[in-house]
Design a protein around this ligand. Structure first.
Ligand SMILES: [Zn+2]
Length: 470
């Protein structure tokens, strides 16, 4: 592998992203940072963005008395603010209203149409606007509503649509997933996708009539229809203006997605790409949802916390560290401000911060000049295989523990022999620097601060990295 292309899902602009969206962004960002160290900055492309078309955004705009574009631009900017506050190192923030995206979506639709995979027919059935998805009777609850949106009236549609021949790709997809040519992680999700495939694919709608949905990209084959959700949103991964060469054979392509949209990324997207003759992604990593205090995070429950609120209180790296430690989120994970404080105090204030402070104080007190430190080979940690960042963080915590033990056992404050003291301190300064480098993908600001502090030949004790919180 020479190049890597990492994506997060792009978020709907019916509302601003909240702390529940942060895990995926931070996980993908950590992976991007980790891989940049190995492959070089210019060989890693990392995208995120906003999904701006469709009825949900259109109605949200109407409610606020704004045009759809005014509304989605405002939300998109607010989303970007949240993502920037989390120090997400994306290469490009893609908006589906960007001109180069719109052009690509039209071209893609045209190609699939030319390939004979798109045809016009009547859709009769249910539709949930909250999900922006068609529903079968078996997907509704006992009251006939969408289980994800029980307070929204399910719609019954009877309209002309263009359909994509999804069913045609059933055998292709089965082979693709069974052979692991498309890796789906974790294993449970792979099985779930295969089971869904086993139940049989039906052709799906890829356009809606303009008189029903006006806020969308017009199909290139029929001016009375706009391109429907997935044939618009998924195309963001092949947006025209992305740096060239990242959709080539020697690139590894990894999508990070939530469990609610796994099906579209593992089953629909590869079929779409196959239809137009594009190469396929290599991996789809699926994660569960983050709940807050045991409850789903949602506007209607009124328990939304924005990433910026937590970042202001605890610092960006504490928020990153805390959320990463929840992983892998296979089903759902529960977070709370109380447990964030606990992790902050135990792992960051008493752990990393305290060890850094101890070594810096002893180094300053010794008055030694620390230059020409021996470079210690930086060992690697396996992060590629299953994105088990929780195991990586546990490993780094163990390295810190060993270093603390080294300090306690050698008691540098008692050593009178100067040569001996120097040897002990050089080891400890080198080791904390090495550990700080290993922490870089996860807590980049903290890591850089530690590295800067200890690369000074006259090491000075500094203000605590993580002051204790009560
Ligand atoms: Zn729904």
């Amino acid at each position: 592998m020479k190049k890597l292309f990492i994506t997060t899902a792009i978020d709907y602009t019916n509302g601003v992203i909240h702390i529940g969206h942060a895990y995926e962004k931070i996980l993908a960002d950590s992976y991007a940072r980790y891989q940049r160290k190995k492959l070089g900055d210019s060989n890693v492309l990392f995208t995120t963005g906003t999904d701006e078309h469709g009825t949900t955004s259109q109605k949200a705009a109407e409610k606020r008395g704004l045009t759809p574009l005014q509304h989605v631009t405002e939300i998109s900017n607010l989303d970007q603010e949240q993502i920037d506050a989390l120090n997400i190192s994306y290469t490009r923030f893609i908006r589906t209203t960007d001109e180069d995206h719109k052009a690509k979506a039209e071209e893609f639709f045209q190609k699939a149409y030319a390939a004979g995979d798109i045809y016009k027919a009547t859709y009769k059935g249910f539709y949930c606007e909250g999900c922006e998805a068609h529903k079968t009777l078996s997907e509704l609850d006992e009251k006939g509503q969408c289980p994800n949106h029980p307070s929204r009236q399910i719609q019954e549609l009877d309209e002309e649509n263009y359909f994509f021949k999804w069913s045609k790709y059933q055998g292709f997809l089965k082979n693709l997933i069974e052979s692991n040519e498309l890796e789906i992680k974790p294993e449970g999700k792979r099985k779930e996708m295969l089971a869904f495939l086993e139940s049989g694919l039906k052709d799906i709608t890829v356009s809606r009539p303009k008189y029903k949905v006006s806020w969308g990209i017009q199909t290139p084959v029929d001016s009375a229809q706009v391109i429907y959700v997935w044939f618009d949103a998924l195309i963001n991964y092949v947006t025209e203006g992305l740096p060239k060469g990242f959709w080539d054979e020697d690139t590894e392509i990894v999508h990070f997605v939530g469990k609610d949209i796994a099906r579209w990324h593992t089953l629909l997207w590869p079929a779409m790409l196959k239809s137009v003759g594009y190469r396929l992604p290599n991996k789809v990593y699926v994660h569960g949802f983050v709940n807050l205090n045991g409850r789903k995070i949602s506007k209607s429950l009124g328990n939304i916390i924005l990433p910026t609120e937590l970042v202001q209180k605890y610092g960006v790296d504490a928020v990153r560290y805390y959320l990463l430690k929840q992983g892998p989120i296979v089903e759902d994970s529960d977070i709370s401000e109380e447990s964030l404080k606990e992790v902050y105090n135990s792992d960051l204030a008493n752990g990393l911060g305290n060890t850094v402070a101890r070594i810096a104080k002893m180094a300053e007190k010794s008055g030694f000049v620390f230059n020409d430190l021996p470079s210690i080979p930086s060992d690697d940690y396996p992060f590629e295989k299953d994105f088990r960042v929780d195991l990586v963080l546990a490993h780094l915590k163990e390295l810190l523990g060993n270093l603390d033990k080294h300090i306690n056992e050698n008691e540098p404050w008692k050593i009178e022999d100067e040569e001996k003291l120097k040897a002990v301190l050089i080891y400890e300064v080198g080791e904390i620097t090495r550990i700080a480098k290993l922490y870089e993908p996860f807590v980049p600001n903290t890591s850089n601060k530690i590295i800067a502090q200890f690369s000074n030949s006259h090491i000075k004790a500094q203000e605590g990295l993580f002051p204790k919180i009560k």
